[in-house]
Write a protein that binds this ligand. Structure first.
Ligand SMILES: Nc1ncnc2c1ncn2[C@@H]1O[C@H](COP(=O)(O)OP(=O)(O)O)[C@@H](O)[C@H]1O
Ligand SMILES: [Mg+2]
Length: 229
Protein backbone atom coordinates (compact mmCIF):
# COMPACT_ATOMS: atom_id res chain seq x y z
CA UNK A 1 0.00 0.00 0.00
CA UNK A 2 1.27 3.50 -0.86
CA UNK A 3 1.72 6.30 1.62
CA UNK A 4 0.84 4.39 4.74
CA UNK A 5 0.76 7.61 6.75
CA UNK A 6 -1.91 9.24 4.64
CA UNK A 7 -5.14 10.04 6.41
CA UNK A 8 -7.24 8.34 3.74
CA UNK A 9 -6.03 5.01 5.14
CA UNK A 10 -8.83 5.31 7.73
CA UNK A 11 -11.22 4.29 4.97
CA UNK A 12 -9.40 1.05 4.25
CA UNK A 13 -11.29 -1.15 6.74
CA UNK A 14 -14.64 0.08 5.45
CA UNK A 15 -13.58 -0.47 1.84
CA UNK A 16 -12.62 -4.06 2.62
CA UNK A 17 -16.19 -4.88 3.56
CA UNK A 18 -17.66 -4.18 0.15
CA UNK A 19 -17.48 -6.32 -2.98
CA UNK A 20 -17.55 -4.99 -6.51
CA UNK A 21 -18.48 -7.54 -9.14
CA UNK A 22 -17.95 -7.01 -12.84
CA UNK A 23 -19.91 -8.34 -15.77
CA UNK A 24 -18.30 -9.42 -19.01
CA UNK A 25 -20.86 -7.61 -21.17
CA UNK A 26 -19.70 -4.08 -20.50
CA UNK A 27 -22.50 -3.48 -18.04
CA UNK A 28 -22.22 -1.53 -14.78
CA UNK A 29 -20.58 -3.35 -11.89
CA UNK A 30 -22.64 -4.67 -8.97
CA UNK A 31 -21.87 -3.59 -5.43
CA UNK A 32 -22.60 -5.68 -2.36
CA UNK A 33 -21.83 -5.27 1.32
CA UNK A 34 -21.94 -2.02 3.23
CA UNK A 35 -19.97 -0.14 5.80
CA UNK A 36 -20.71 2.76 8.11
CA UNK A 37 -19.65 6.06 6.58
CA UNK A 38 -19.03 4.73 3.10
CA UNK A 39 -21.07 6.43 0.36
CA UNK A 40 -21.42 5.16 -3.18
CA UNK A 41 -20.97 8.15 -5.50
CA UNK A 42 -20.68 6.54 -8.91
CA UNK A 43 -20.73 3.30 -10.85
CA UNK A 44 -18.88 2.38 -14.01
CA UNK A 45 -18.26 -0.80 -15.95
CA UNK A 46 -14.93 -1.48 -14.21
CA UNK A 47 -15.35 0.03 -10.79
CA UNK A 48 -17.54 1.65 -8.18
CA UNK A 49 -16.51 4.96 -6.61
CA UNK A 50 -17.02 5.78 -2.93
CA UNK A 51 -16.41 8.55 -0.48
CA UNK A 52 -15.82 7.99 3.22
CA UNK A 53 -17.32 10.35 5.79
CA UNK A 54 -14.21 10.27 7.96
CA UNK A 55 -11.92 11.41 5.14
CA UNK A 56 -13.73 14.03 3.07
CA UNK A 57 -12.16 15.15 -0.18
CA UNK A 58 -11.05 11.69 -1.26
CA UNK A 59 -12.74 9.37 -3.73
CA UNK A 60 -12.01 5.63 -3.69
CA UNK A 61 -12.26 3.87 -7.03
CA UNK A 62 -12.78 0.19 -6.22
CA UNK A 63 -12.22 -2.18 -9.16
CA UNK A 64 -14.01 -5.43 -9.78
CA UNK A 65 -11.78 -8.53 -9.86
CA UNK A 66 -11.97 -8.80 -13.63
CA UNK A 67 -10.99 -5.14 -14.07
CA UNK A 68 -8.26 -5.18 -11.41
CA UNK A 69 -5.37 -5.16 -13.93
CA UNK A 70 -6.61 -1.73 -15.04
CA UNK A 71 -5.83 -0.32 -11.62
CA UNK A 72 -2.08 -0.32 -12.26
CA UNK A 73 -2.52 1.27 -15.68
CA UNK A 74 -4.78 3.98 -14.33
CA UNK A 75 -2.33 4.72 -11.52
CA UNK A 76 0.51 5.05 -14.02
CA UNK A 77 -1.61 7.37 -16.18
CA UNK A 78 -2.52 9.55 -13.19
CA UNK A 79 1.14 9.87 -12.32
CA UNK A 80 1.89 11.09 -15.83
CA UNK A 81 -1.00 13.58 -15.68
CA UNK A 82 0.26 15.01 -12.37
CA UNK A 83 -0.44 18.72 -12.03
CA UNK A 84 -3.01 19.05 -14.82
CA UNK A 85 -6.13 20.85 -13.58
CA UNK A 86 -8.65 18.94 -15.69
CA UNK A 87 -8.26 15.62 -13.90
CA UNK A 88 -8.67 14.34 -10.34
CA UNK A 89 -5.53 14.33 -8.25
CA UNK A 90 -4.00 10.93 -7.47
CA UNK A 91 -3.13 10.20 -3.83
CA UNK A 92 -2.39 6.52 -3.49
CA UNK A 93 -3.74 3.02 -3.67
CA UNK A 94 -5.05 0.10 -1.65
CA UNK A 95 -5.30 -3.54 -2.67
CA UNK A 96 -8.19 -3.11 -5.08
CA UNK A 97 -8.67 0.65 -5.19
CA UNK A 98 -7.11 3.96 -6.16
CA UNK A 99 -7.44 7.04 -4.01
CA UNK A 100 -8.12 10.21 -6.01
CA UNK A 101 -9.63 13.60 -5.24
CA UNK A 102 -13.40 13.65 -4.89
CA UNK A 103 -14.73 15.98 -7.55
CA UNK A 104 -17.97 17.85 -7.02
CA UNK A 105 -20.23 18.24 -9.97
CA UNK A 106 -22.69 16.51 -12.24
CA UNK A 107 -21.73 14.24 -15.13
CA UNK A 108 -22.69 15.52 -18.58
CA UNK A 109 -25.02 12.52 -18.75
CA UNK A 110 -26.89 13.77 -15.67
CA UNK A 111 -26.81 17.34 -17.01
CA UNK A 112 -28.81 16.12 -20.02
CA UNK A 113 -31.29 14.23 -17.82
CA UNK A 114 -31.72 17.14 -15.42
CA UNK A 115 -31.75 19.94 -18.00
CA UNK A 116 -28.62 21.57 -16.59
CA UNK A 117 -27.11 23.70 -19.39
CA UNK A 118 -23.71 22.54 -20.63
CA UNK A 119 -21.68 25.63 -21.57
CA UNK A 120 -19.30 25.86 -24.51
CA UNK A 121 -16.50 26.46 -21.97
CA UNK A 122 -16.87 22.90 -20.68
CA UNK A 123 -16.50 21.53 -24.21
CA UNK A 124 -13.41 23.71 -24.71
CA UNK A 125 -11.97 22.45 -21.42
CA UNK A 126 -12.21 18.83 -22.58
CA UNK A 127 -10.51 19.80 -25.86
CA UNK A 128 -7.69 21.43 -23.90
CA UNK A 129 -7.48 18.47 -21.54
CA UNK A 130 -7.12 16.14 -24.53
CA UNK A 131 -4.26 18.19 -25.96
CA UNK A 132 -2.50 18.14 -22.59
CA UNK A 133 -2.93 14.37 -22.36
CA UNK A 134 -1.25 14.00 -25.77
CA UNK A 135 1.55 16.32 -24.71
CA UNK A 136 2.35 13.81 -21.96
CA UNK A 137 2.65 10.97 -24.43
CA UNK A 138 -0.77 9.49 -23.70
CA UNK A 139 -3.88 8.90 -25.79
CA UNK A 140 -7.15 10.47 -24.55
CA UNK A 141 -9.76 7.74 -25.05
CA UNK A 142 -13.12 6.70 -23.63
CA UNK A 143 -14.27 10.28 -23.10
CA UNK A 144 -18.05 10.09 -22.93
CA UNK A 145 -20.97 11.69 -21.09
CA UNK A 146 -20.45 9.78 -17.84
CA UNK A 147 -16.72 10.45 -17.74
CA UNK A 148 -16.94 14.24 -17.77
CA UNK A 149 -18.15 16.30 -14.81
CA UNK A 150 -19.48 19.82 -15.03
CA UNK A 151 -17.97 21.74 -12.13
CA UNK A 152 -18.80 25.46 -11.77
CA UNK A 153 -19.17 25.82 -15.52
CA UNK A 154 -15.87 24.06 -16.19
CA UNK A 155 -15.08 20.43 -17.03
CA UNK A 156 -13.26 17.71 -15.09
CA UNK A 157 -12.41 14.55 -16.97
CA UNK A 158 -12.73 11.31 -15.00
CA UNK A 159 -11.64 7.77 -15.76
CA UNK A 160 -8.22 7.92 -17.43
CA UNK A 161 -7.80 4.13 -17.49
CA UNK A 162 -7.68 3.80 -21.29
CA UNK A 163 -5.15 6.54 -22.01
CA UNK A 164 -2.31 4.05 -22.31
CA UNK A 165 -4.08 2.25 -25.18
CA UNK A 166 -3.76 3.09 -28.87
CA UNK A 167 -6.50 4.07 -31.28
CA UNK A 168 -9.16 6.73 -31.44
CA UNK A 169 -12.60 5.62 -30.33
CA UNK A 170 -14.06 8.92 -31.72
CA UNK A 171 -16.56 9.11 -28.88
CA UNK A 172 -15.60 12.62 -27.88
CA UNK A 173 -15.49 13.84 -31.52
CA UNK A 174 -19.00 12.49 -32.03
CA UNK A 175 -20.23 14.13 -28.85
CA UNK A 176 -18.84 17.49 -29.97
CA UNK A 177 -20.61 16.99 -33.29
CA UNK A 178 -23.87 16.24 -31.46
CA UNK A 179 -23.33 19.28 -29.26
CA UNK A 180 -23.08 21.51 -32.34
CA UNK A 181 -25.92 19.89 -34.30
CA UNK A 182 -28.52 18.92 -31.70
CA UNK A 183 -27.75 20.57 -28.41
CA UNK A 184 -28.97 24.11 -29.24
CA UNK A 185 -32.55 22.77 -29.46
CA UNK A 186 -32.17 20.73 -26.26
CA UNK A 187 -30.37 23.11 -23.93
CA UNK A 188 -32.22 23.49 -20.63
CA UNK A 189 -34.65 20.65 -21.41
CA UNK A 190 -34.75 17.46 -19.37
CA UNK A 191 -34.03 14.63 -21.78
CA UNK A 192 -35.94 11.48 -20.81
CA UNK A 193 -33.77 8.47 -20.08
CA UNK A 194 -35.37 6.54 -22.95
CA UNK A 195 -34.16 9.14 -25.48
CA UNK A 196 -30.59 8.98 -24.17
CA UNK A 197 -30.67 5.19 -23.96
CA UNK A 198 -32.06 4.84 -27.47
CA UNK A 199 -29.32 7.09 -28.87
CA UNK A 200 -26.71 5.19 -26.87
CA UNK A 201 -27.91 1.82 -28.15
CA UNK A 202 -28.11 3.13 -31.71
CA UNK A 203 -24.59 4.49 -31.39
CA UNK A 204 -23.22 1.17 -30.10
CA UNK A 205 -24.86 -0.65 -33.02
CA UNK A 206 -23.94 1.93 -35.64
CA UNK A 207 -21.79 0.33 -38.32
CA UNK A 208 -19.60 3.25 -39.33
CA UNK A 209 -18.24 1.41 -42.35
CA UNK A 210 -21.61 1.19 -44.08
CA UNK A 211 -23.58 4.14 -42.66
CA UNK A 212 -22.34 7.73 -42.65
CA UNK A 213 -22.44 10.11 -39.72
CA UNK A 214 -25.19 11.98 -41.58
CA UNK A 215 -27.33 8.84 -41.75
CA UNK A 216 -26.88 8.20 -38.07
CA UNK A 217 -27.58 11.89 -37.42
CA UNK A 218 -30.83 11.62 -39.36
CA UNK A 219 -32.07 8.90 -37.01
CA UNK A 220 -31.05 10.88 -33.94
CA UNK A 221 -32.78 13.91 -35.37
CA UNK A 222 -36.05 12.00 -35.86
CA UNK A 223 -35.92 10.72 -32.31
CA UNK A 224 -35.26 14.16 -30.88
CA UNK A 225 -38.06 15.77 -32.84
CA UNK A 226 -40.43 13.10 -31.55
CA UNK A 227 -39.42 14.09 -28.03
CA UNK A 228 -39.66 17.84 -28.75
CA UNK A 229 -43.11 17.59 -30.31
N1 LIG B 1 -13.03 11.57 -8.56
C1 LIG B 1 -14.36 11.46 -8.61
N2 LIG B 1 -15.16 12.31 -7.94
C2 LIG B 1 -16.51 12.17 -8.00
N3 LIG B 1 -17.17 11.23 -8.70
C3 LIG B 1 -16.41 10.34 -9.39
C4 LIG B 1 -14.98 10.41 -9.39
N4 LIG B 1 -14.50 9.40 -10.16
C5 LIG B 1 -15.58 8.76 -10.64
N5 LIG B 1 -16.74 9.30 -10.19
C6 LIG B 1 -18.12 8.83 -10.50
O1 LIG B 1 -18.07 7.41 -10.59
C7 LIG B 1 -18.44 6.96 -11.91
C8 LIG B 1 -17.59 5.75 -12.29
O2 LIG B 1 -16.21 6.09 -12.25
P1 LIG B 1 -15.23 5.70 -13.45
O3 LIG B 1 -13.85 6.12 -13.07
O4 LIG B 1 -15.76 6.28 -14.72
O5 LIG B 1 -15.38 4.11 -13.47
P2 LIG B 1 -15.23 3.10 -14.72
O6 LIG B 1 -13.76 3.04 -15.04
O7 LIG B 1 -15.78 1.80 -14.21
O8 LIG B 1 -16.05 3.68 -15.85
C9 LIG B 1 -18.25 8.18 -12.80
O9 LIG B 1 -19.08 8.12 -13.94
C10 LIG B 1 -18.62 9.31 -11.85
O10 LIG B 1 -20.03 9.44 -11.78
MG1 LIG C 1 -16.24 5.54 -16.60
Amino acid sequence: MDQVNSDWIQADAALRSIQVTGSDRNEPVLVSGRAEGLQLVGIGTDAAVFTYDGTPGYAFKVYSDVALPKKETEKMVYEKLEGLPFFPHYYGQGLNYLVISYEEGVTLHDCLLQGIPIPEQAVQDVETARELVRSRGLNPRDIHLKNVLLQDGRAKVLDVSEYALDGDDKRWEHLVWAYRVFYPALEGKKLPMWVLDTIKTGYAQWDQASHSLDEFGGRVSELISRFLR
